[in-house]
Write a protein that binds this ligand. Structure first.
Ligand SMILES: [Zn+2]
Length: 439
């Protein structure tokens, strides 16, 4: 690792600091882990200057000063919406409810081509991989992230391998253009935890050609996912009292908390925003551990996970091994923010979806609806006060509108097999690597 002093001397825009030991590095060599702390701590971007841009506040590009890549792929980011939701607020008894809408809505001018804020993650990770490695990216997805990587990869001609449960196979507006277009692996009879395990094996098997995203450990993923939050703070004019989001891995919430601290530090204010994180019962590992104030997540048997995950409505919230105990991870952000973690069931999610549709003319995805249901529950419990300034992040939705306007088709460059059929998938990966390398 290079020392921070050399980074500062050559005028670098940012460097990375380990949340565990404080060691720094330049962050230009696709570092995912601290050389000393490994997977026990997150690296965190340190930006030398506050964002200063004349670009419109709803444009992704305005927030480039807070991103650890240069967008050499030239991907246009989404137009992002954040609104003072008076009608929805009134129905919840809140006067100061703001809603960030990271989906697809012409009404609110939210234009995420993939319908979720995972598009920010894809934009960030594809660029950082391209700028800092010569390897091919492979990711595991429960649905939304995969959809975003495929959409951006196909429309911008960027190779990437995406694995996801066959049941989550997305409909896309972009299509494969050539044999370098993203490769989609659909695992039958698989839940997200099965896909994560499969991708780990593939990364090991093709270690000279493939590179991992690194999940929460990838600073480009976190910082890019924080952009809708930055846009929301611009719209509100200040940091909120509460930030409300549904969590699977919790990476988006970690990213928001890092932004809260960055903004507070640049403005010389305390980072007083509290986090309200929501999961879908009966699979709520983060909620369960946090309620016990336990830094370690419970260990789950695979059958237990499959059983619980199979009955939740918001499948994207099904991460069985979120970055919880890691230094700088979910436990720490809940502790630092005096946060609350809340579980909601499928019926509460459905009711919240209907409420949002009525009040916002926008149909949030199941995960976003879980966030709204969690807010409603936390008001009833007295965790959230009615005069608090609240930012609710609806991290995806508007899929029907998106499909009607932009089109929705099954993605053609796909391989479908049982999740245990490693031979078929490895054959497809090997052939794809050959095609990409030979161009
Ligand atoms: Zn360290």
């Amino acid at each position: 690792m290079n020392s921070v002093d050399s980074s500062k001397e050559d005028g670098a825009r940012y460097f990375l600091r380990c949340a565990g030991c404080g060691k720094t590095c330049a962050g230009k060599a696709y570092e995912l882990y601290c050389v000393d702390c490994g997977k026990n701590a997150l690296l965190v971007s340190q930006y030398q200057r506050a964002a200063d841009s004349s670009l419109p506040s709803d444009s992704f590009e305005r927030y480039a000063p807070y991103l650890p890549f240069e967008n050499t792929l030239g991907i246009t980011g989404p137009t992002m919406a954040c609104v003072h939701a008076e009608g929805l607020g009134e129905s919840l008894g809140l006067e100061r409810l703001w809603v960030a809408i990271s989906g697809y809505s012409r009404r609110w001018n939210s234009r995420f081509r993939s319908g979720t804020f995972k598009e920010c993650e894809a934009l960030g990770v594809l660029n950082r991989v391209s700028e800092q490695t010569d390897k091919l990216l492979m990711i595991a997805s429960a649905g939304n992230a995969g959809r975003a990587f495929l959409e951006l990869g196909a429309s911008s001609d960027i190779p990437v391998i995406v694995a996801m449960p066959a049941s989550a196979a997305p409909l896309l507006s972009a299509q494969a253009r050539n044999d370098r277009s993203p490769l989609l692996l659909l695992l039958e009879d698989a839940y997200y935890p099965d896909v994560i395990k499969f991708v780990e094996g593939a990364l090991e098997n093709f270690s000279t050609d493939l590179v991992r995203e690194g999940g929460c450990f990838n600073v480009a993923r976190r910082d890019a996912m924080a952009v809708p939050f930055l846009r929301a703070v611009d719209a509100i004019g200040k940091l909120p009292d509460w930030y409300v989001q549904a969590v699977g891995s919790g990476t988006g919430a970690v990213a928001a908390m890092e932004s809260i601290k960055r903004i507070a530090s640049h403005r010389g204010e305390p980072a007083a925003t509290r986090l309200l994180l929501v999961q879908n019962a009966p699979f709520t590992p983060i909620v369960d551990a946090w309620q016990l104030r336990d830094r370690q997540l419970p260990r789950f048997e695979p059958d237990y996970v499959r059983d619980r995950v199979s009955s939740i409505r918001a499948q994207v919230l099904s991460n069985a091994s979120p970055p919880y105990a890691v230094k700088g991870g979910v436990f720490d952000i809940l502790a630092e923010s005096n946060g609350v973690a809340c579980a909601v069931d499928n019926d509460e999610i459905e009711a919240a979806q209907r409420l949002a549709e009525r009040e916002l003319e926008f149909v949030p995805c199941d995960a976003s609806s879980a966030a709204l249901a969690g807010l409603k529950k936390s008001i009833a419990r007295g965790d959230v006060s009615k005069d608090d300034l609240i930012l609710l992040h609806l991290t995806g939705g508007g899929f029907e509108e998106l499909a009607a306007v932009e089109g929705a088709h099954p993605y053609s460059n796909r391989v479908l097999a049982n999740h245990s059929d490693t031979e078929t998938f490895y054959g497809a990966i090997s052939a794809y690597i050959g095609r990409v390398r030979n161009k």
